[in-house]
Design a protein around this ligand. Structure first.
Ligand code: ATP
Length: 458
């Protein structure tokens, strides 16, 4: 299997991903997407949007803001419940909840006088130090710190009068706060869903897994609203799980053997959730969450209604019954999809590295070359084909170096087809089309090229 180092190296070498602020030595857990990466991200978003919004009749899209009214995050529980007392292993930098570390220690050293829930963060620190409690890996622990995953920022121009806002920690809350607007301004009826793709921010401490866990991330989230008395939640939940799985295998071309479902345990699950699963992918560093699905009941709409005073109910147009809809949430990370498709596509062959990306994902669909450089008649002919194909496809041009090197460069960025104009082209108006995966070459008339590629891309 490909290593993370090999992927990181390809990403930098071929313009998929660079460390953010590279010239300043980088910024913790932050990455920029280069010319190839930007195209791949766009393709992932487009394919997701098509599958989950355009191809369905029960879904609409949304584009809400990164900065929302701060009460949104109080209502959702993010402001209150992200205040974990965190300690770090001094050697591995793995982080743990201080209260959990103490509870684990107390199971082996019972002391009924200690009530962990009642301890302040300082008391936890003192207790850990006094009893020399160590991390599960056997190393010393840092002093506990209060840690909230939400990023704070300020709104306003007058010092001292600025108000605190949060960069959203998930895109989902923008869907809940717009529920009334969406129902009132669109002809939607339960069950229906709202999908959104956008940036979220989390002050994550864990580092070192490339774009898997970053502080700025892109999410593709769906809130699927329904009346639990009319729709069976388990049926909907299974249907959404199937849709997620099929998307990854069929639309993104990932092998089912690299995927698995993991059900959250009762303790792990949020208190308001009735069921939660993670769709895990076998990343180079192990099985990790790619996409989560949770049945969040009516928790979020109820909370947002309570804190805003707005009526977030839905009136059944047939029965007139008023309810707060329940919701199923499939939430994916676009950056994790990105890392997954690169991991899946990376193929080391004897003489080349090939990214066997699904052609719909490839940054360029076609590359056009003149067989040799500095031959004006070949360059002119090839340039004409390039310009024509570019009207309907994303096309690369390369006339540097020898043809073998150009093929290798296109293989590494996953371009499925290379078109070469040679001397015979000047006679027969046909070109050589080379297939990325098989390296087989075919002679195709120029007049039939667009149809040829469009057929392949269907
Ligand atoms: P994890 O357990 O890995 O921290 P999570 O359960 O907190 O993830 P959710 O809140 O369910 O994640 O977010 C939905 C999706 O957003 C995840 O399945 C993941 O793909 C993506 N995601 C979450 N946090 C990050 C991050 N820091 N960097 C990149 N993607 C992320």
């Amino acid at each position: 299997m490909v290593t993370l180092e090999e992927i990181v190296s390809l990403c930098k070498r071929r313009g998929f991903v660079y460390p953010t602020s590279d010239i300043y030595g980088g910024l913790m857990s932050s990455y920029d997407y280069g010319p190839m990466g930007a195209e791949l991200l766009r393709n992932l978003r487009t394919i997701w949007w098509k599958a989950f919004i355009h191809d369905r009749s029960d879904m609409v899209g949304l584009d809400s803001q990164i900065l929302l009214h701060p009460q949104t995050w109080v209502a959702s529980g993010h402001v209150g419940s992200f205040n974990d007392p965190l300690v770090e292993d001094s050697k591995t930098n793995k982080r743990y909840r201080a209260d959990h570390v103490i509870e684990a220690w107390l199971t082996m050293h019972p002391d009924p006088t200690v009530v962990v829930e009642d301890m302040t963060i300082d008391q936890m620190g003192e207790y850990i130090a006094a009893h020399k409690i160590i991390s599960p890996e056997g190393n010393a622990l840092s002093k506990p710190k209060t840690f909230n995953l939400l990023f704070e920022t300020k709104l306003g121009v007058v010092e001292g009068e600025k108000s605190t806002l949060y960069l959203r920690g998930e895109t989902a809350q923008g869907i809940f706060t717009n529920f009334r607007n969406i129902v009132d301004s669109n002809r939607v009826q339960l069950p229906f869903g709202v999908g959104q793709i956008g940036k979220s921010f989390r002050n994550e401490i864990t580092t070192g897994q490339f774009i898997f866990r970053t502080i700025e991330l892109e999410q593709a989230e769906i809130e699927y609203f329904f009346d639990p008395e009319i729709s069976d939640w388990q049926e909907l939940f299974t249907a959404w799980k199937n849709a997620m799985w099929t998307f990854v295998t069929d639309s993104l071309g990932v092998s089912a053997s690299h995927l698995r479902w993991r059900r959250h345990t009762d303790k792990e699950r949020s208190h308001y959730s009735k069921d939660t699963y993670d769709l895990d992918y076998q990343f180079p560093f192990g099985w990790k969450e790619l996409w989560g699905i949770a049945y969040r009941t009516d928790y979020d709409l109820t909370q947002q209604a309570k804190h805003s005073g707005a009526d977030l109910s839905y009136v059944n147009p047939v029965t007139g019954k008023k309810i707060i809809p329940h919701v199923i949430e499939p939430a994916a990370g676009i950056n994790r999809l990105f890392l997954m498709v690169l991991t899946e596509a990376y193929t080391q062959e004897e003489k080349r590295i090939v990214l066997k990306l699904n052609s719909k994902l490839s940054p360029y669909k076609v590359a056009v070359f003149p067989l040799v450089a500095n031959k004006p008649e070949l360059t002119q002919k090839a340039r004409g084909i390039y310009t024509e194909l570019k009207k309907s496809l994303s096309v690369a041009w390369d006339d540097r170096g020898n043809i073998g090197k150009r093929y290798l460069a296109q293989d590494e960025i996953g371009t499925p087809w290379c078109v070469t104009v040679d001397y015979a082209t000047l006679e027969d108006d046909a070109v050589t089309v080379r297939d990325r995966d098989t390296t087989k070459q075919e002679r195709i008339p120029i007049s039939g090229l667009i149809a040829y590629f469009q057929q392949k891309l269907l």
